[in-house]
Ligand binder design. Structure first.
Ligand code: SF4
Length: 259
């Protein structure tokens, strides 16, 4: 599949210094590029991201099917991308094992980024695990803060979210300013479908989490993940019994930017 997509003839406006707000010119350029990329393939978008942002381009992955597919593209389309996993200390062993399977097949190394406190330290500090009593705080401490740390010195990050995964993700632009992390955010699979992702994974024999074959439509931390039907709602097995549907990494403000 060709990944050649001409860059916009408009020069890329300067990215803001750390902690500064993006210029109106940058936001307008990102919106125009996002619109232009609506008809591009995931491969073209990954290659575009690399052209625009390497060597400051990063990618976060929880080793979901979309992330694994994107990891398979990196060696040819975005080889200098820095890849990280938010290693909360609560991931399934099958998820951790995927890191090695991906490295063996594609030579892509994923750095496991841990929160400040280990699980025993964190649970001791709070008198027990927070994933039941205050999962928002737990996700903030063990995911958001870790990504904020990883964002330092980067210019952009890619994630594998799809618009049809949930109502919260439905408005995700392909390219936008992510205010929460002070980076440009690129979602090359925003327009992909569950079927298109799985068709390609199986055709190209991309390694994936075996828990999907055991009835887990979406795999996160083990305390907050259950088996589910997943036909109507792919996120059905996450935070079961709670209002929570997202860890906060991909939530948007009304204007479409990350909070
Ligand atoms: S998904 Fe659950 S265990 Fe993982 S960080 Fe969030 S609340 Fe904590």
């Amino acid at each position: 599949m060709s990944a050649a997509l001409p860059l916009s003839p408009q020069p890329f406006p300067a990215l803001p210094a750390a902690g500064q707000a993006p210029s109106a010119e940058l936001l307008a350029h990102l919106a125009a590029e996002s619109q232009r990329l609506e008809s591009a393939t995931p491969d073209e978008i990954v290659a575009w991201a690399h052209q625009c942002f390497a060597p400051g381009l990063a990618m976060g992955t929880a080793f979901g099917p979309e992330g694994c597919l994107m990891l398979s593209l990196l060696p040819t389309l975005a080889p200098t991308t820095y890849v990280f996993n938010l290693d909360t200390g609560y991931q399934f062993q099958q998820t951790l094992d995927l890191r090695d399977r991906i490295a063996a097949k594609y030579g892509v190394e994923v750095e496991m980024l841990q929160p400040e406190l280990s699980v025993p330290e964190y649970e001791a500090k709070h008198g027990g695990p927070l994933y039941t009593s205050n999962p928002d705080q737990c996700c903030h401490d063990r995911k958001i803060k870790v990504l904020q740390r990883a964002a330092v010195g980067r210019t952009a990050w890619m994630s594998g979210i799809r618009r049809d995964q949930s109502p919260v993700r439905a408005k995700q632009p392909i390219v936008a300013w992510d205010r929460k992390f002070g980076l440009v955010k690129i979602s090359p699979l925003a327009n992909a479908t569950k079927q298109s992702v799985w068709t390609r994974i199986l055709r190209e024999e991309v390694p994936y989490n075996p828990l999907h074959d055991e009835g887990y439509p979406s795999v996160g931390c083990w305390p907050c993940t259950q088996k589910a039907d997943g036909e109507g709602d792919e996120r059905a097995g996450r935070w079961v019994g709670k209002q929570k549907t997202e860890c906060g990494l991909h939530t948007l403000e009304a204007d479409g930017s990350g909070i």
